[in-house]
Design a protein around this ligand. Structure first.
Ligand code: KIV
Length: 266
């Protein structure tokens, strides 16, 4: 399979081909999804909710992100590998931001990093990008700002937020990001952003006009059911399949039906 790079992603926008991206956190899943030619794997800080059981992403550490990136890296067969910089790993100073981004690349094996925020973080974006690390932006619903925005709500619905999001996207492009994730924003706004930047937009709950789409693999496979936003489409219901299989195993062990002769050594 051809190795996907930042250039592959940029080219896709130019030729009008949709970009496919999934968030995952481990070796087995990375191997499965990259075998299907996914363009980008994101090791998202949603790992905090989905794998670590927190009710937001704030407790996730750089170490957590490195650990999961290493696992995904070993399973990934050709997707571009992007890792989230977690809360407070790029806010404190430019030096801190570069150091943490570098650790995610050097120790985790990611090929790019993603940061949440707009004009307020452009100095960090530029510094990381100048340090030869490709950067992805993330606008709209930025879960690391949950306490500031008062919950996980659709963003960009009033005129002020609408205009700010467009100028943030332009500011991020100028600072050097090679793509922008747009999360939970009205379709019209995502379309306008997509038209006014040259870099690709990748939507999650941002409608049909983005240059690509991203979902969390545990959401679209029906594994993570603590909450399911409207924008998630369930392509399978593995949660129910797993529960049925585990019940079957328990019953068979209890009834002495497993193991059978074929499962034993002579
Ligand atoms: O953390 C994550 O998985 C993300 C995606 C939802 C874009 O940021």
């Amino acid at each position: 399979m051809n190795k996907k790079t930042v250039l592959t992603i940029l080219k896709k926008k130019q030729i009008g081909e949709k970009i496919t991206m999934l968030t995952c956190y481990d070796y087995v899943t990375a191997k499965l999804i990259s075998s299907q030619d996914i363009d980008v794997i994101l090791v998202g800080d949603s790992v905090g909710n989905v794998k670590l059981g927190y009710n937001n992403t704030l407790p996730v550490s750089v170490e957590d992100m490195i650990y999961h990136t290493k696992s995904v890296r070993r399973g990934n067969e050709g997707a571009l590998l992007i890792t989230d910089m977690p809360f407070m790993s790029y806010e404190i100073s430019i030096e801190d931001a570069i150091r943490n981004a570098a650790r995610i690349i050097k120790e985790g094996g990611a090929e790019a990093v993603k940061l949440e925020g707009g004009s307020e973080i452009v100095d960090r974006v530029k510094a990381i990008s100048d340090a030869k690390i490709p950067v992805v932006g993330h606008l709209g619903l930025t879960p690391q700002a949950v306490n500031k925005i008062g919950g996980f709500k659709v963003q960009g619905r009033n005129e002020e937020e609408y205009k700010k999001l467009i100028s943030d996207a332009q500011a991020l492009e100028k600072a050097g990001v090679f793509a922008i994730v747009l999360e939970a924003v009205p379709e019209k706004l995502a379309k306008e952003v997509t038209q006014c930047v040259r870099i690709p937009t990748i939507g999650i709950g941002a409608g049909r006009h983005c240059d690509g789409q991203v979902l969390v693999v545990d959401d679209m496979l029906g594994m993570f059911t603590d909450f399911t936003p409207k924008f998630v489409k369930k392509y399978a219901n593995l949660g129910e399949i797993i529960k049925a299989a585990v019940k079957n195993y328990i019953d068979e062990v209890r009834e002495g039906k497993f193991p059978q002769e074929g499962n034993t050594y002579k």
